[in-house]
Design a protein around this ligand. Structure first.
Ligand code: COA
Length: 485
């Protein structure tokens, strides 16, 4: 019973959510808005959607003007806050519980809203007009290793000219992509050692990262696999950990689409920042095989995606090592908005599966998913609008100016998005790390793959400040400022 007795016109200010849809790419943002709807709307026989101009930021709706009747639904609001703050689903219940607790109670996580016995308050920290999600300054951890792996099979733009009505010129000029690498069906290779899967790519990437770090796999305490397209629906992290020999780690998957690696990094950082968590070394993998979920007859989306995996080893640091001059994760910011989940999704489809229980039996679903569906123009606008802001938030949290960053490393989605963001921040394109041309959009893998190449090419050096941002389905977006080394 989360309904309230406020007049309808007051409730109109609150958020409505798009319909629930089970989907591969994150459900937490749509869930949080669903919860919010239950908190703030009645039976739904009126249009309680907020004015169109305010629909892009649902958080505004509960903070604009007078305080909402929030006390009456504090438990649900709490759930909304947690779901939106964390904004990903984790597939292992214990891992999920630990991570949620970690996020909620970590001393370093400065929620811009606070929940007290009197209800939910706006933060006065930034005097912001909307509630921020999770933003914080330094976490006591640093990156000590990076690695990546991509599939053997290459599909060029010219190849795609034979698949859909498109041209190399159109794809290159509109996206910056020349080719992408894809996992082929496991049955096409006969030799076991030749078989590629998302898990084998993840393990290879992780092995390279471990090698660079100089630590042993047994020293790793936590493995997070950020992916929306695991080989196993229950998650790949435990398999990756086992293949690598991480015998002392607990492992879980995290789904936040193309923001997955960034969110995984921040999650691992939270564990390491809590000295009593027992996590000294963590492996964060970003891996995706969206080629499995792309409609290869849809020229709007099939040109964009590729497969791959990237991995980073993080190590806990003493508090004295962090801060403006120190190495490590200097600041971050993370957001989500389930109002936009229709713009990029991969929803559950299911095939009819009749089970003959006593009586008429029951029609269940045999699991399957639709193809990825995307409103490219909306996603483009969302990215160019929100990514500069979320980067600025992390820079502010890290107390670093945009002029002082050495590298800008954005999720590799579209070169035009990178150009627009760089321009907005006043960062010259020479400082933008990109390998989009060779791999396309590899979702959660794109940031660590690009960083791995830049580090191994000697481009990124010890002490360099890298401003990273991920964005994608959910909708979700986040940023992290890293001083390398
Ligand atoms: N080849 C040739 N023409 C194509 C095409 C293709 N692969 N895809 C679309 N077109 C056509 C359209 O049908 C349209 O034709 P019309 O004007 O006759 O209707 C025309 O090109 C322009 O389409 P439009 O959608 O306006 O192109 P765009 O410049 O916005 O580029 C995207 C489209 C998808 C490349 C761009 O919107 C984008 O990158 N968006 C972000 C997507 C993204 O990054 N998603 C993942 C985020 S994690």
């Amino acid at each position: 019973m989360w309904h309230n007795n406020e007049p309808v016109d007051k409730r109109r200010r609150f958020v409505d959510a798009p319909g629930f849809a089970s989907q591969m790419i994150p459900t937490a943002t749509s869930l949080s808005n669903g919860l919010r709807k239950r908190c703030f709307s009645d039976s739904g026989d009126h249009d309680d959607r907020p004015p169109k101009s305010r629909r892009t930021s649902p958080i505004n709706y509960i903070t604009d003007g007078e305080d909402p009747p929030i006390r009456k639904c504090l438990p649900m609001s709490f759930a909304c806050g947690v779901a939106e703050t964390i904004d990903f689903k984790m597939k292992l219940s214990h891992g999920a519980l630990l991570t949620i607790l970690n996020f909620v109670f970590s001393r370093s996580l400065s929620f811009a809203f606070t929940i007290s016995h009197t209800g939910v308050h706006r933060s006065s920290r930034n005097n912001c007009s909307s509630l921020q999600m999770a933003t914080s300054g330094p976490l006591s951890c640093r990156a000590i290793g990076i690695g990546s792996a991509t599939p053997r099979t290459v599909i060029t733009n010219v190849d795609l000219e034979k698949v859909v009505e498109t041209s190399d010129e159109w794809i290159s000029s509109r996206t910056g992509i020349s080719q992408r690498r894809v996992l082929t069906h496991p049955l096409v290779t006969s030799e076991d050692e030749d078989k590629e899967s998302l898990t084998t790519l993840s393990v290879t990437a992780a092995q390279k990262a471990v090698e660079m770090s100089g630590i042993n796999p047994e020293d790793i305490d936590l493995v997070i696999c950020a992916t929306s397209s695991p080989d196993d629906l229950f998650g790949d992290a435990t398999t990756v950990a086992a293949s690598l020999g991480c015998t002392n780690a607990f492992a879980f998957d995290l789904t936040a689409a193309c923001s997955g690696f960034l969110f995984g990094l921040v999650t691992a950082g939270q564990f390491m920042d809590r000295k009593n968590s027992g996590v000294k070394n963590a492996l964060v993998v970003g891996a995706d095989a969206l080629s499995r979920w792309v409609d290869w007859g849809d020229r709007n989306s099939c040109i964009l995606f590729g497969d791959g995996a990237g991995a980073m080893i993080l190590q806990g640091t003493a508090d004295s090592d962090i801060g403006k001059e120190g190495v490590g994760l200097l600041g971050y910011s993370a957001h989500s908005n389930g109002m936009g989940h229709e713009d990029l999704k991969c929803g559950f489809k299911g095939e009819s599966n009749h089970v003959s229980t006593p009586g008429d039996g029951v029609d269940l679903s045999k699991g399957s998913y639709n193809y990825i569906s995307m409103n490219g123009s909306n996603v483009y606008k969302f990215a160019t609008r929100e990514v500069p802001k979320v980067l600025q938030e992390a820079l502010d949290a890290a107390d670093i100016k945009a002029d002082d960053i050495d590298w800008l490393l954005l999720h590799q989605a579209n070169i035009r998005i990178m150009e627009a963001v760089a321009k907005r921040l006043g960062v010259p394109m020479e400082k933008v790390i990109t390998n989009l041309s060779d791999y396309g959009n590899t979702s959660a893998a794109s940031i660590p793959i690009a960083l791995d190449e830049a580090v191994r090419a000697g481009k990124v050096k010890k002490g360099d400040v890298i401003a990273c941002a991920g964005f994608g389905a959910g909708l979700s977006w986040g940023s992290a400022i890293i001083r390398w080394g």
